[in-house]
Every structure is written in C-alpha cells, then in structure tokens.
Design a protein around this ligand. Structure first.
Ligand code: RAM
Length: 355
C-alpha cells in the first residue's frame, strides 16, 4: 500500500499545503490586523505582562480532544504567570457559547481563546469583548475573521483536506468505490473547511475511483455519531470507507465497525486521538488516521494571546512572537497562525504517542 509518508521517526509528518511562515513584516501602523479593526502599533520588545486573565472556551467540555487542548493551554498560562480559566457548553450547537462569552466580558478577562461552534453566531459577543479591550484568539475552529484578532490553526486547512482525501483513496483499495463522511456539527467552521478542500480533491482525475455518497453529522456526540455510522453502513451496502474528520466521530465509527460484520470490509479513517484509536488500530479495524497534538494548539494560543495583550503583536501579517517550548511563530494572512503539519498514525508508530 502506498503510504502518505515515510515512516520511521517518532513524528511522521505530512507536509502539505502552505506553511505558517509566509509573509514579511509590514509597517504595522498601517495594518488593520486579522480582526479588521485599526490596531495600535506592535512593540515586539514589550515585556510579556504577568497576571493576564486568559479564558478558554472550547466547542464543548465533554470531548477528550478539548481536554487535551485546554490542558496544553493551562500549562502555558502557568508558564507565563497568568490566570487560567476554562468554561464551555456541553454541546457543540451553534449558539451554545454566546452566554459564556458574555460572562467572560463581565469578568474582564484579558484574553478569550475560543473554538467557534459557528463562524457567525459568536460574532456579536466576540466583538463586544474586543470593544471591551479583550483580545480574542480563535483556535481549532475559526470564527468569521472580522470578529477575532488571530486564529490558531492546527495545520493548514488545505493540508488537512488533502490528507483526508489521500487517506480515503488509500483505504478504498485499488478498485475504489463509495465513501462517506461522518462529520461533527453541520455548522463547524473547521470540519466544513476541511470537507470543502476534500471535495475539491475528489473532483480531480486521480480520485475518479471514489464516489462520495453522503456527508452525515454526528454533532460531536458519541451516541449520535455511533448511530450515524451504523446508518451509513446500512444505507450504502457498497461503502468502502468512512472518513471522519472529528475525533468524536472516528472513535464512535470505529467502535461500531470493530464489533460488527463490517470489520475488515469497511475502512475507517480521518482525524483521531491516538489514545482513543489505539485499540482499533491494534484490532485491525483502522489502518491509518491523522492528527496533531491538541495540547500544542492550546499552548500556542496562550502565548499568542499573551503577546497580543502585552502589545508585542496586533494580529498583522508578518508579526513574530515566541511561544515557549514551541519556538518562534509568524502571523500569516488574515491573522492565521499555523501550528505545524499533522502526523499520520498507524500500527507502526501509534505506541509512540500518548494523547
Ligand atoms: C473533534 C472536534 C474538534 C476537531 C477534532 C479533530 O474533537 O470537532 O473541533 O478539531 O475533532
């Protein structure tokens, strides 16, 4: 089987799409930054402020992915001697985060780090926060760029979409066939952006053997994702691959398939947490999937937020800042900061990862 990457080292990485470090430093006084508001000039030598109140608002609290992500944030906030806070809804529905943002404004947080459940539903509240001088950093799932100061993207959107399509092609085998997507919520900015790239890839001649028959939504709810996986398999008897670009969906689909007659006949791939997927890789249900280290996203977001709240950066393209153990980062177009390339996990390397 053709591998996406050369395996061997602990971190097998996919280098796809563009990198984070594009752009050169511009005259910040004339730049409006990622948020579309006129920003004060950045002072890269300003000291990092201590005691910053940095609040995390993930898509939902009861998701192991969010736990790892915000765990990394907590470590970074500790390193920079800030005050860490974690709040969030129990479901990832479009408007579930609004009341939390309003409370964080009242509490006069310095930075809100948010994974938007919907790119627009959170915008009025996020802009109220910015009007109250709170820096808004999106991570994982972006909001509309007019209502945040910077976005921490886990990898390039293009790279993630391409890797999902490539893994589907590999897992479908030489004859190809029907594939389906099991996504998170219908509004999720991140999954929708990845699926858009994936569909563009599937339209290319090299993917002509694959037919996307359905995109189902498990809403990042374990039970609903399990049922949706079951429904896809029953509705499409010729299904070869389920691609799930969500850690909740891929784990639920794998659990269903691993104890069904579809095991070995239908492949599951997508984005998963190694600790949740290990048993399905070991029992042969899953051959490969991808992800990044979610802890690093939360960690990077804290440093970006602190650099912004300290006046070192404004969110303008080309600005640089330091992110502790992760090293130096440069802000790209539209206030985007890219963590790095994703890793592909398989039976050979999965035991080298613990998250
Ligand atoms: C789920 C969430 C999250 C996404 C990962 C891959 O945990 O939808 O937003 O980034 O999957």
């Amino acid at each position: 089987m053709r591998r996406l990457l050369t395996a061997g080292a602990a971190a097998t990485v996919l280098v796809l799409g563009t990198t984070a470090c594009s752009g050169t430093t511009k005259d910040n006084s004339s730049d409006t930054g990622g948020g579309g508001q006129t920003a004060a000039a950045a002072d890269p030598n300003a000291p990092l402020k201590e005691g910053l109140k940095i609040a995390y608002l993930p898509k939902q609290l009861n998701n192991p992915y969010s736990d790892v992500e915000t765990g990394g944030g907590k470590v970074a906030v500790g390193e920079i001697k800030g005050e860490y806070k974690l709040v969030g809804p129990n479901d990832a529905s479009a408007s579930s985060q609004v009341s939390y943002i309003n409370t964080l404004i009242q509490q006069q947080q310095d930075v809100i780090v948010v994974a938007a459940n919907d790119p627009n539903a959170v915008c009025p509240s996020l802009n109220q926060a910015r009007a109250a001088k709170i820096k808004v950093i999106t991570f994982d799932s972006d909001a509309n760029k007019d209502c945040r100061d910077a976005f921490i993207n886990q990898a390039t959107t293009q790279g993630i979409g391409e890797s999902l399509a490539k893994m589907a092609l590999e897992q479908a085998g030489s004859a190809g066939g029907d594939i389906a997507i099991l996504s998170a919520t219908p509004n999720a900015t991140n999954q929708n952006a990845w699926i858009d790239v994936m569909k563009k890839e599937l339209a290319k001649p090299e993917y002509s053997k694959l037919k996307l028959v359905k995109t189902a939504y498990g809403n990042d709810d374990d039970q609903k994702s399990f049922q949706e996986a079951q429904g896809l398999l029953q509705s499409f008897p010729n299904l070869k691959v389920i691609v799930s670009p969500t850690t909740v969906g891929i784990a639920a689909a794998s659990r269903y398939v691993s104890s069904s007659s579809y095991k070995g006949k239908v492949q599951i791939t997508g984005l998963g947490l190694p600790n949740q997927m290990r048993e399905y890789v070991k029992d042969g249900t899953v051959k490969e999937f991808a992800l990044w280290n979610p802890a690093d996203i939360g960690y990077l977001a804290a440093y970006a937020g602190a650099a912004m709240a300290s006046g070192q950066i404004t969110g303008a393209q080309g600005e640089k800042f330091k992110a502790g153990k992760l090293g130096d980062y440069t802000i790209g177009a539209d206030g985007e900061i890219v963590l790095g390339p994703p890793t592909v996990f398989n039976a050979q390397n999965i035991d080298q990862f613990n998250f």
